[in-house]
Design a binder for this molecule. Sequence first.
Ligand code: ZN
Ligand code: ZN
Length: 174
Amino acid sequence: MIIDLFAIVSNPGIDKEFELDISDMTFESMMGTFKATKASPFRIKINNNAGKSIRINTEGEIHFTVPCDRCLKDCDIAIDLDFENEFGLQNDRLVIEELDEPEYIEGLNLNTDQLVYDEILVNWPMKVLCKEDCKGICNKCGKNLNEGTCDCDRTVVDPRMAAIQDVFNKFKEV
Ligand SMILES: [Zn+2]
Ligand SMILES: [Zn+2]
């Protein structure tokens, strides 16, 4: 949705509220393509602060199903979309530093889809784990190690450690 900010920018003191249903959105990024599983209504409040600035407040939460980084099991993640920003006002125009220009603002148009997208991207978890101590999957047989162990030898020898071990073995031989 595009919100035309003209009526807000030119009316000191005015408050406007918008509500968006984002429960069927699809989020596409470098991490992959994810369809939302559920979402609370996304609320945007825009306030003209006495003709001096425009305040934007948002509220919302959206859920996605994302595979665990270690065992690939589906996990539900909730992304918080509460956010606020303020732009100065001058002659009915938003004062935005050229370098800071958010992608969701173009002139006096606020692109809500872009705003939601940016917030999901910023709040996307760095790491997704089905549980804190997820044991992952065996890199030899692929068994989910949370469900039990396997008989594979998974001793990973760090090449640097291996070199030290060699030295020790040499000493032993002497
Ligand atoms: Zn896991
Ligand atoms: Zn195994």
